[in-house]
Design a protein around this ligand. Structure first.
Ligand code: HEM
Ligand code: NAG
Length: 470
């Protein structure tokens, strides 16, 4: 007790000084903008412990309730401003995008490949992005419907039987194959296997401690990443020998020359191919897993989706004719289920940027070097934009939404270029799932795991059966 006493006057003095300075600040018409409200937690550890020791969504939602659309905090040793309104997200991602650069931990950047487009801003980013967007645009992916369909059918067939399937793990295999298809077209099976095995090792290192000590998952991942470059370089050499002019992503990269005749280097190509594969796999797989869960939980909805898809199935002579691109554009009920799953699960709950300069937003200062996080999930679960947000209700997408209230694929200069492909894959998978299969979830129905995207607990263990066709 005695030890505390000498501090009391100091604390009082500090408090008075604080109040005095704040007052003065308020009276000064030329005052510098203030930092947003919020608590910074303990220095360094900041609020990271709190963030990790509870559901991150509860963490953000509590903050938003207390402070409003913009607040400051400390995450992983970095001072950070979080933004929870459509307006603020638009400011950071769209209208002032040039003031906020992408930011990822160095260890992750090294593993994926530092030239991958999502780490960049400016001319290089614009150039690469145009190519990626082009090869993943509706005009390009409409040619992939039949191949994606074959992958979905073969995946579903392999799950049917009495064994318990880890839905998320299986969906990951499917989304990996679709990623490979978009990047390389029909790639030889031996290359696919080598890529998959080495990529799996990279992935394991991605969320582990970034230490280069031998034998650690991170070190092994770095080594596997090097082997991926060797495999890619073999594939590229073969293509060049054959002088093939495929329209897939690799083809686009290989054929690209900018106005100065500048090509894209092989390292840049490799980093971007691995980057796209990385961006495509877990994201799409987790949303597909959620779709299966929601459809089981809402039987009436499942019936409606089934009716819609059965009609298509019958018009295709019970699946003897392949699905067409036009048919995938005419699945309104299923499409709304996809959108509502994206909203409910909000698997990319937020993103990170870094302020490249002092920026003022609505009288608040976002200091240069601070991290900035638009909170997509908070916006998607705000009662102001989505009534009864915890309810799975696809009909909310029957009417137009307010701008920037629904951003499952982000917004602005870094918006997901793979969003059409992801949606196409989900529609095709759902078509075959509901027309030919029945499934049941095994064990406890609730719970979420973060891997690191939110996924139903244990990857949604389920049993699948082929439905008798009489
Ligand atoms: C349901 C599945 C998916 C979701 C929810 C999703 C979500 C997102 C989001 C939110 C961003 C923006 C991140 C930011 O602004 O910081 C993004 C970027 C990106 N996504 Fe996706 N994505 C999905 C599937 C895919 C697929 C299938 C591909 C490729 C085949 C892909 C490739 C990319 C790439 C390359 C970027 C970086 C774009 C840039 O920085 O310019 N994504 N994605
Ligand atoms: C990884 O890539 C190499 C080629 O660089 C290949 O020989 C090997 O089989 C692949 N798989 C694994 C698990 O390392």
């Amino acid at each position: 007790m005695e030890k505390v006493v000498p501090f009391v006057p100091i604390i009082l003095l500090g408090l008075l000084l604080h109040i005095f300075l704040r007052r003065r600040n308020k009276r000064d018409p030329h005052k510098r903008p203030e930092l947003p409200p919020g608590s910074m937690g303990w220095p360094y550890i900041g609020e990271t412990l709190q963030l990790y020791s509870q559901d991150p969504n509860v963490f953000f939602a509590t903050k938003q309730r207390r402070y409003g659309e913009i607040f400051k905090t400390h995450i992983l040793g970095c001072p950070c401003v979080m933004l929870a309104s459509p307006e603020a997200a638009r400011f950071v991602l769209v209208t002032r995008a040039h003031l906020f650069k992408p930011t990822y931990p160095k260890s992750k950047e090294t593993l994926i490949g530092p030239s991958a487009l999502f780490f960049h801003q400016g001319d290089y980013h614009v150039r690469l992005r145009k190519l990626v967007r082009g090869s993943l645009s509706p005009e390009s992916i409409r040619n992939l419907v039949t191949d994606i369909e074959a992958l979905a059918i073969s995946a579903l067939d392999s799950w049917a039987g009495s064994q318990v399937t880890n839905t998320f793990q299986e969906m990951k295999k499917l989304s990996f194959e679709v990623g490979i298809l978009a990047i390389f077209g029909r790639l030889e099976a031996s290359y696919r296997e080598e890529l998959k095995k080495n990529y799996t090792i990279v992935e394991r290192g991605y969320n582990s401690l970034p230490t280069k000590l031998p034998g650690t998952p991170y070190k092994k991942a770095l080594q596997a990443r090097k082997r991926l470059n060797e495999i890619l370089s073999d594939i590229i050499r073969e293509r060049k020998e054959k002088k093939s002019t495929e329209k897939d992503l690799l083809g686009c990269f290989l054929n690209s020359k900018d106005d100065k005749g500048e090509i894209i280097t092989e390292d840049q190509i490799a980093d971007n191919l691995i980057g796209v594969l990385f961006a495509a796999q877990d994201t799409t797989a987790s949303v597909m897993t959620w779709i299966l869960k929601y459809l089981r939980e809402y039987p009436k909805l499942l019936e409606a989706v089934k009716a819609e898809q059965k009609a298509i199935y019958l018009s295709n002579e019970e699946g003897n004719l392949p699905l067409t691109w036009a048919q995938t554009r005419q699945m309104p009920i299923t499409y709304r289920v996809v959108l509502e799953s994206l909203r409910m699960a909000s698997i990319i709950s937020f993103t990170f940027r870094e302020a490249v300069d002092d920026v003022e937003y609505k009288g608040y200062l976002i200091p240069k070097g601070w991290k900035v996080m638009p909170l997509f999930r908070n916006i998607h679960h705000n009662t102001e934009f989505f009534s009864d947000p915890q309810k799975f209700d696809p009909s909310r997408f029957e009417t137009a939404l307010k701008p920037y209230t629904f951003m499952p694929f982000g917004s602005g200069v870094h918006t997901c270029p793979g969003n059409d492909l992801a949606k196409l894959e989900m529609l095709i998978m759902t078509h075959h799932l509901v027309t030919k299969f029945r499934w049941e979830v095994v064990g406890s129905q609730s719970g979420i795991q973060y891997s690191p995207f939110p996924v139903p607990l244990h990857g949604l263990p389920a049993r699948f059966w082929r439905e008798s066709t009489d």
